[in-house]
Design a protein around this ligand. Sequence first.
Ligand code: ZN
Length: 385
Amino acid sequence: MNNPKTNLPALDADEILAGVLSWVEIESPSHDGKAVNVMVDQVENEARTMGLEIERTPGRDGFGDILRCRTPWGHGEGEGGPGILILSHLDTVHPIGIKETKNPIRREDDKVYGPGIYDMKAGAYIALHAMRHLIREGRQTPLPVTFMFIPEEEIGSPTSKAMIAEEGQKNKYVLVTEPAREGGKIVTARNGRLQYDIKVKGVPAHAGARHMDGRSAIREMAHIILKLEALTDYEKGQTCSVGIIEGGTLTNVVPEDCTISVDIRIPDMEAAEEVMAFVEGLQPEDPDCTITVEGGVDRPPYEKFEGIEKLFEHAKACAAEIGFELQDLKTGGGSDGNFTGALGIPTLDGLGADGHGAHSNDEYIYYSSLVERCRLMIRLMETLD
Ligand SMILES: [Zn+2]
């Protein structure tokens, strides 16, 4: 990792903001593949204009396309070798229309609001802009750089995770442009995530006349929910949330079916295995009910191993040179960085803009963080080797 003392070129915060906002204007909820692809078109056009090599893989199962953009240098045979993978997602959790209703796009002093601006249109834009800046200056990075834009990260990257792992393994470093945390902190370890769909089959009956013949699937599920939620242990960094429940048909029928979807976060693989054994071994309280469990590891956990520690120290030195102190943390949330971190590829996450309110209708970034974060990305790209 060399550290050339070059003059830092001027970056224009207003130009970056205009670019970020043009991306926020294109609303792109994960489940709306067509809307996400409008966003993919935009990024593809920008990357093409910059001279990057484009590879676009058609989406599956109604999701948007996966876009990879590579520097024209360093990817040829015998060139460069493993490089830098920059992972961003172009989808958001927000349904279409939020930009005019619940979180209108607007600037209030240092805060710039808009759906998905913080998670993570700003981060994705900053990374691409950092490369645009280097290209404008006529410079190349020591390592080849691949940008990968994911269309469905917010629902766990079901159609892209295999490709993320595959691309990760071709690279030496992975930089993820998820939002910065708590005053600009980046992420060097992440909890893993388990996802389960659990079904209970009971016995239907008239809720009045033949109550005794019925076996309520909802009642049975209530026991299961309490057992699952009891897995939560904040000290251990483990949480369980039953996020969706469906069941029953009419109030005068003892319900035959009940289904839940469950989100469990675990700090390490050991905890994951314990929880998996527990969930997969759930037994009904009422022997006439049956339980079906589907699911498992959605995103594996990763710790701050030596390669991440080194990469973080390098990023910290870059930040100090730019003029700010870079701190790191472990977070309970998952990202596409889990797939590469868990494979042992040095991964830094949370390199996006600083701000607040991911997934809420109060989502904003700090205008003042744009240039700083862009400069950090530039320095990482031009010093990692
Ligand atoms: Zn995100």
